[in-house]
Structures are given as structure tokens and as C-alpha cells.
Design a protein around this ligand. Structure first.
Ligand code: C2E
Ligand code: MG
Ligand code: MG
Length: 768
């Protein structure tokens, strides 16, 4: 195909107008010179005349001379013959008015007059030919004055060359450029096809073109364009199944190669369709598959002719050019559609994405407004998806998402929408619902049930559950954003009450969500407003009876609520991630304070800082600790970090690695609330931890609860075996102290010694 495009280009790239004629004249002069060389230096005049006449007659161009009145004086054979005469003498003395209708002659007569009047020749003028030969012809004509020996103009000499081919090629090139432009500017395919066919039909008179497109399933041909074909015929072949005997096009698409049928009335391929085509009068049909760059069949391009026969070289070229251009256009459209699809869909599940949802939801609500029906929106989140991802790997996680997406789709109607909004989160939009909550809920419960059915993933059989937050339009909001915010609150509630359930939004949830947002903002601003303070609770060694350390405990001096304890705001800070900046502040403040006490000459103690999982997992956590030490100037051995068992157990390998890095800094680690988590004893061995802190819950009922005493005793001896220090938290009474001392506990912390106190008060404790 590229080849044939090239052909047109080469043809056309030829000669400029004037150049043609001048070359012709030069050639005839060379010929004359050659002739005179052959026949000696002085041929007689009769010979010359004869040669000249022979020469003129062999040239296919029109050559003639006319007198001042436009009467032919002489004309070569081509001129004589094409004007319908047998011999030159028949045309001599005639004018164009004798040969052609007067209205055609005006321009020609005018140019001839001009040459005569000005004595100036006209070279390379393009004009339509009077003589058509069955197709539209173009000539390139030159006219020069004919002069007698005295130099007076006595007429004109004309020479015309047929340039129809070049004109055609030029038009074709312009047409191709226009078609390529249409492709580049994403003109609708139907318009492009029409233009393509019209161009070809203009080029091949009497021929009709047709484009059919292969259906997405690759089985049928669908109407593409055929502006010149009978409409009833087009609709009859729309949906034609491709096959080994399905006319020209159906067979070409089936074989993936051109099919030339010279006579549709006798060819077996057309047996089933001859009745359709006969009344239209077409006799031959030549079809070529339109193919993609990779050779995949996209459709067919066909030419119909009223004559029995096969295509000419030119017609073949046109067919392959058209099929090529159509292929480019279709592929381009397909890739545009793919890009469009990708922008609106999730690559993993093929579900619409948030962009498409945002586009559609408004119209769904508008429709409901008019019809009085309901729209339901549900936020859906898979429970423990992260766990599956972490344990079975991301491929299994991806597979699960695809399976879940498929199951959801199977539960909804075409007019509904399932959207993946990220990770394991989906939005379900149900349209056109009757205004009845129970119906909405039962449809969504069906989806939940479908998701919950067992499935096999990575060779393992498992079940996943999900949590849903549901809102109905118009009850739970006017706009999409309001509805989604409320669905989110309902979803949060579903998670809060233990997942694996569906919650319908109610106003209380909105209030709660609103309140939560307010508290989040308040907490965020608390850092900037400097509303946090640290209190310190002493830790005492039972043997030496000396305070050797203090735990820093965070307090929020709320402008209205007064002193707020961490239990009231740390969970929110953890959930929202605010714990990271808050924790940074605590770390730096505790180091600064401890260094200040040392600088003031107080006995050196260790300060312990509680670290939450979120902080610990920060990528640069270790360097933040190093920085806090550097900025404050505190030696690392005076800082202890308290982590919980559950923090470590979330990801033992990484946690232990981080702990080793901290240990390398010289910082000590303690396990807080020990006994309440689920650290495996074998793992415990590998933790670079200096101390275990026995949780307050085991201490508080000593000496009344024998079990707690047994557990506390066991933790103490475990710590001793692992060569760790052990400290009891929440020690309030002498009896507890006595028991702990007798059990071999190293240190204690609790109200028995002191409540957590402000920095100033702590100085008094330390000095005393
Ligand atoms: P924790 O680390 O286990 O801190 C000990 C908690 O027990 C403190 O509560 C303390 O006031 C309380 N306590 C100490 N001795 C006794 C006692 O004899 N009897 C009773 N009933 N309670 C006692 P607080 O200050 O309310 O802190 C609660 C929790 O908040 C802490 O538990 C810790 O997990 C967390 N927390 C405190 N400050 C921070 C912080 O800066 N960062 C982080 N991430 N968490 C903190
Ligand atoms: Mg603690
Ligand atoms: Mg504790």
C-alpha cells in the first residue's frame, strides 16, 4: 500500500506546466537535427516537408496551425482523428465553431486572439479538452504566433498535450491529504468513510464503493459507508455473517485476503446473494479486507462495477489505498476509544473509575428527581484486604479484586454502576429504585452475600467479607458530594461495629462524623497553638529506692475543656495520622527537658517516650530520633522508647530491624503494657529490648487475685531468663510493692510513688 501511495506521488511530482512544452519542442528539434545528419547536409525542401509531417503525425499531442480567422491551416493526425475526421484535408479551412458547440469555445478563441494581437506566445495553459473520450480530459496547451517570412503574424501554432492522468493524480493527492487531515482531526468515522468513497468514485467513474466493518465479536460485517449503493441493499447486508461463501466482502473478511468476483451472477461465492444484487445491475464486486497494522481484519473495502470483469491496475491501486486509509482511520479511532476508556476505567477490574462516576451520578440524581424513584449509593470496603495482600501476595490480592468486581457486576443491572475508587474500595450506584428502604437494603445484601461466597485464591479456599455504608436519594442528601460524605460516615460506622455488615446512614452518624471532623481540626491546631504539655511519672528501683527514670505522658491543655488525658485524643490522632507530628513534638520535648534537668545539675535519669505504631513505621523514624538527640544534646543512653507488643507483631521482621537500628544509636527499648498483646515467646527472644513493662491490669488486683499474681510472677521470671529488666506499672499500694519485691521485680512505676506531674513538680521529686 505504501508502495502505491508512492506511485501516485511519483507520477504527480512530474513536470511543471511550461517545462512540458519546452521539452517537447527541444525534442523535436533534436529529431530534426538527427534526420538531417542521416540524410546528408542539404536535403531538398520536399524531403524536409515530408519528414516534418511524419514527425508531427507520430506525436500523440495535438499540433496545428490556424490563420488569423481561426481556420485550420494544418493539423497533425491526432488533431484530425480526435475531431472525427479521416484526413487532414477534411479539417483544413474549418474553425472551432464548425467543430464544437459555441459556448465551449469562448476561452480558446480569446487566447488565440491575444497571441495574435500581442505577438506573445502562451505556454503551458491548462484547459479542459473539448473531446472527452469517455472521461474528463485535461490538456496543457501552448500557443505561439505564426509568422511569415516578413515577420508578420499570420496566425497561430497550437500544441496541446493530454495531462488528464496528471490532473487525476493531483486530485487524488489532494483528496488523500484531506482524508489524512480528517483522520488527524478525529472526524467521525462515518463522515471519513463517506468522503473516502466519494473521492474514489470521482476517480473511477461508473464504480461504486462500499465499506463494511467487522463486528466486535469478529463474526459479522456491519454497515460502514456506501453513499452510492442502494439503501435497501445496504440494510440487507448489514449483519452479514462472514464465512467461506459469503459474497465478496464476507469471504474477504473470512479469508483475510482480497476476493475478486468477476461476475456476481455466476460466481458460487455469491450464490446466496445473487437475488439481492441482480436488480441493482452490478455484475462484479472486488473486495479487500481492511486490516490493522498487525494484520488483524477490521472490515472490508469493496468496489462494485456494472461490467463483468476484474479490476484494472488503477482500480486495484485505488482499492488498496482506500483499504489502507480506512485501516488507519479505524485503528486511530480504536486507540482514541481505548485512551478514553482508560481515562474512565480502572485497569485492574475494568470497572468505571471515579471520573466516570462523577460524570454519571449527577444525571442519575436528576432522573430520580423527575421520576420520583430512588437512587442508592453504597460505599463498600473489603474487610482485612490488607491481610490477604500481605499474606497471599499482591497477585492474589489483584485476583480477589477482580473476582469481587465480577460478582458485584453479576448482581446489578446495566443501568446501575459499580465503581472502583481505590484499593479495596468501591462505590455502588443503584438506579431507578422504588422508594422503599427494605428493597434497597435487600438488593445490597444480595451483593454482600455474593462477595461473601467462598472462593479459591492462590490454591487456598477462603471467604471475604465487606462493610458497606448506604445512603438513599432523596432521603440522605441532595447532591452527590453530600450523599457520598454521608455514605462514608455510614461506612465508618459499619467498620466501627466490627465490619462485615451494612449500615444505612442516619442523622446521628452525620453529627458524629461532623463532630469528628471538628475534633480533628482542633487537634491539628493544638500543635500550632502550643496546647500540648508533657507530664512526667517517676520510675523507682526497688533495691536502691532511687528514682532512675521518668515516663513522659502527654497532656492537652484544652482552652475550654481543661487538661485532656491522652486516652481521649490519641486514638483520633492515630487514626488521622496526626500522631506523627504530635509524637515528634513529644520526642523532642522529652529530650530537651531531660537535658535541661541534667544541665541544671539534677541527677541524670532516663526519660521514656511512648511511640505509636504509626510513628514507628515512618520511613525516617530512626533518623528523627537521632535528630532529636542531636538537637537537644541528650546522650542516647538517657532515652528509652516504649513500644507495644502489637506494634512489633504487625510486622516482626521490619520492627526488629528498626529496633536494631535504634539500639545502634544507643537508645534503649521497652515493651509497654506487656502481657496484653500476643507476642510469641520465641519471637520475644530476638527483640533487642532492655525492659518489659508489666501492664497495670495484672498489678491492680494484687494481692487479691491469685491469677494476676501468678501471671506477674511468671512475667518477672521470664524477663529474668531473657536477661531483661522488668518494671511493674500502676503500682498503688504497699502490698503490691511487697509482692513485687518478693517476686524479684526490678523497678516500679505508679501512684504509690507519684502521679504523673508537670516538669516543675517533677524537679522537686527528683531533688528529694
Ligand atoms: P501507658 O504508656 O501505659 O502509660 C501509663 C498510663 O497509666 C498513664 O496514663 C498513667 O497516668 C497511668 N498510670 C500510671 N500509674 C498509675 C497508677 O498507679 N494507677 C492508675 N490507675 N493509672 C496509672 P495516661 O497518662 O492517661 O496515658 C495513657 C496512655 O496514653 C499511655 O499508657 C500511653 O499508651 C498513651 N500515651 C501517653 N502519652 C503518650 C505519648 O506521648 N505518645 C503516645 N503515642 N502515647 C502516649
Ligand atoms: Mg507507656
Ligand atoms: Mg503501659
Amino acid at each position: 500500500m505504501t508502495k502505491s501511495l508512492g506511485r501516485y506521488r511519483r507520477d504527480n511530482g512530474a513536470k511543471t506546466a511550461g517545462g512540458d512544452t519546452q521539452r517537447l519542442f527541444a525534442a523535436s528539434q533534436r529529431l530534426a537535427a538527427e534526420v538531417s545528419r542521416m540524410f546528408g547536409p542539404e536535403p531538398d525542401i520536399a524531403d524536409r516537408h515530408y519528414w516534418l509531417e511524419t514527425m508531427m503525425n507520430h506525436i500523440p499531442d495535438y499540433i496545428y496551425a490556424k490563420d488569423l480567422e481561426g481556420r485550420f491551416l494544418i493539423a497533425n493526425r491526432a488533431t484530425v482523428a480526435d475531431n472525427g475526421f479521416a484526413e487532414m484535408k477534411d479539417i483544413i479551412g474549418k474553425t472551432d465553431y464548425d467543430l464544437h458547440p459555441a459556448e465551449m469555445i469562448g476561452h480558446m478563441a480569446a487566447t488565440e486572439r491575444q497571441v495574435i494581437e500581442t505577438g506573445q506566445p502562451i505556454f503551458g495553459m491548462e484547459e479542459r479538452a473539448f473531446v472527452s473520450k469517455g472521461y474528463e480530459r485535461w490538456l496543457m496547451t501552448s500557443k505561439v504566433p505564426l509568422r511569415n517570412k516578413q515577420g508578420e503574424t499570420i496566425g497561430i501554432v497550437g500544441i496541446s498535450r493530454d495531462i488528464s492522468d496528471r490532473k487525476k493524480a493531483e486530485r487524488l493527492l489532494v483528496g488523500q491529504a484531506r482524508l489524512l487531515e480528517m483522520i488527524a482531526t478525529s472526524t467521525p468515522l462515518a463522515d471519513f468513510f463517506n468522503e473516502l468513497i466519494l473521492m474514489i468514485e470521482a476517480h473511477l467513474p461508473g464504480i461504486v464503493g462500499s465499506i463494511l466493518l467487522l463486528s466486535p465479536d469478529g463474526r459479522q460485517l456491519l454497515s460502514g459507508a456506501a453513499p452510492g449503493l442502494d439503501e435497501a441493499y445496504c440494510s440487507a447486508i448489514h449483519g452479514l455473517a462472514i464465512g467461506p461463501k459469503a459474497g465478496s466482502c464476507g469471504t474477504a473478511a473470512w479469508r483475510g485476503e482480497p476476493v475478486v468476483v468477476a461476475d456476481v451472477l455466476s460466481d458460487p461465492l455469491w450464490e446466496d446473494y445473487a437475488g439481492l444484487i441482480r436488480p441493482l445491475g452490478y455484475r462484479s464486486c472486488w473486495s479487500t479486507p481492511i486490516q490493522s497494522y498487525q494484520g488483524q481484519v477490521l472490515g472490508t473495502f469493496a468496489l462494485y462495477s456494472r461490467d463483468v470483469g476484474v479490476p484494472s491496475v488503477e482500480q486495484n491501486d485505488m482499492i488498496s489505498m482506500a483499504a489502507h486509509l480506512a485501516g488507519i482511520a479505524i485503528e486511530r479511532r480504536q486507540s482514541e476509544e481505548r485512551i478514553q476508556f482508560m481515562a474512565h476505567h480502572d485497569a485492574l477490574t475494568g470497572l468505571p473509575n471515579r471520573v466516570l462516576f462523577d460524570e454519571r451520578v449527577a444525571s442519575a440524581l436528576q432522573q430520580a428527581r423527575v421520576s420520583g424513584q430512588w437512587v442508592a449509593l453504597a460505599f463498600l470496603d473489603l474487610d482485612n484486604f490488607k491481610l490477604i495482600n500481605d499474606t497471599l501476595g499482591h497477585n492474589a490480592g489483584d485476583e480477589l479484586l477482580r473476582v469481587v468486581a465480577g460478582r458485584m457486576l453479576a448482581c446489578v443491572r446495566k443501568s446501575d454502576m459499580i465503581v472502583r475508587v481505590g484499593g479495596d474500595e468501591f462505590i455502588i450506584l443503584l438506579n431507578g429504585l422504588p422508594p422503599e428502604r427494605s428493597i434497597v437494603l435487600s438488593r445490597l445484601e444480595d451483593i454482600r452475600a455474593a462477595i461473601g461466597a467462598p472462593l479459591v485464591l492462590g490454591g487456598r479456599s477462603l471467604q471475604v467479607s465487606c462493610s458497606m455504608g448506604v445512603v438513599c436519594y432523596p432521603d440522605h442528601g441532595e447532591t452527590a458530594s453530600e450523599l457520598l460524605a454521608n455514605a462514608d460516615s455510614a461506612m465508618y460506622r459499619a467498620k466501627e461495629i466490627g465490619r462485615n455488615n451494612l449500615q444505612l446512614f442516619d442523622v446521628e452518624m452525620a453529627l458524629k462524623a461532623h463532630e469528628k471532623l471538628r475534633r480533628h481540626e482542633e487537634l491539628r491546631d493544638a500543635i500550632a497553638r502550643g496546647e500540648f504539655v508533657l507530664h512526667y511519672q517517676p520510675q523507682m528501683n526497688l533495691k536502691t529506692q532511687r528514682i532512675f527514670a521518668a515516663e513522659s505522658l502527654l497532656r492537652w491543655q484544652h482552652p475550654q475543656r481543661g487538661m485532656v488525658l491522652p486516652g481521649e485524643f490519641i486514638p483520633l490522632a492515630e487514626e488521622t495520622g496526626l500522631i506523627v507530628p504530635i509524637g515528634d513534638w513529644v520526642l523532642n520535648e522529652a529530650c530537651r527537658q531531660n537535658k535541661a534537668w541534667q544541665d541544671a545539675g539534677l541527677p541524670s535519669i532516663v526519660v521514656s517516650v511512648n511511640v505509636s505504631a504509626r510513628q514507628f513505621k515512618e520511613r525516617n523514624w530512626v533518623s528523627r530520633v537521632a535528630e532529636a538527640l542531636e538537637v537537644s544534646g541528650l546522650e542516647a543512653r538517657y532515652l528509652e522508647l516504649e513500644v507495644t507488643e502489637s506494634l512489633i507483631m504487625q510486622d516482626v521482621v521490619t520492627a526488629v530491624a528498626t529496633m536494631h537500628e535504634l539500639e545502634a544509636l544507643g537508645v534503649h527499648l521497652a515493651i509497654d503494657d506487656f502481657g496484653t498483646g500476643y507476642s510469641s515467646l520465641s519471637a520475644l527472644k530476638s527483640f533487642p529490648v532492655r525492659r518489659l513493662k508489666i501492664d497495670r491490669s495484672f498489678v491492680q488486683d494484687i494481692p487479691d487475685d491469685a491469677d494476676d499474681m501468678a501471671i506477674t510472677g511468671a512475667i518477672i521470671s521470664l524477663a529474668q531468663k531473657l536477661q531483661m529488666q522488668v518494671i511493674a506499672e500502676g503500682v498503688e499500694t504497699q502490698a503490691q510493692v511487697d509482692f513485687l519485691a518478693a517476686s524479684g521485680c526490678d523497678d516500679i512505676q505508679g501512684y504509690f510513688i507519684s502521679r504523673p506531674v508537670g516538669a516543675a513538680a517533677f524537679v522537686a521529686l527528683l531533688a528529694g
